[in-house]
Design a protein around this ligand. Structure first.
Ligand SMILES: [Zn+2]
Length: 85
């Protein structure tokens, strides 16, 4: 088996599983609202499995962004990940 390059390993904030950065969605939080990561500031990661687990994801986002507005967070998340594809 060929040895992989040193890919950075990051942790999903929802399930705390570690994966390579490539397999995770990188986001950031700004004033309690989600934003796409643009190369600066503090960011966090979500794995593909958690992106499909809405309930669990809402909790993680509210906790991380310190916001109670879960609908606002989820709508923004959908907007960001749709833009990405
Ligand atoms: Zn996860």
């Amino acid at each position: 088996m060929a040895k992989k390059f040193h890919e950075p390993i990051r942790m999903c904030i929802s399930c705390r599983q570690r994966d390579t950065q490539f397999n995770l969605t990188r986001l950031r939080c700004e004033n309690g609202q989600l934003a796409p990561f643009e190369g600066i500031g503090r960011s966090f990661y979500l794995c593909k499995i958690c992106l499909n687990e809405e309930k669990k994801l809402q909790k993680a986002l509210m906790r991380y962004c310190r916001s109670g507005e879960k609908d606002k967070l989820m709508n923004k998340l959908k907007e960001i990940i749709t833009d990405d594809r």
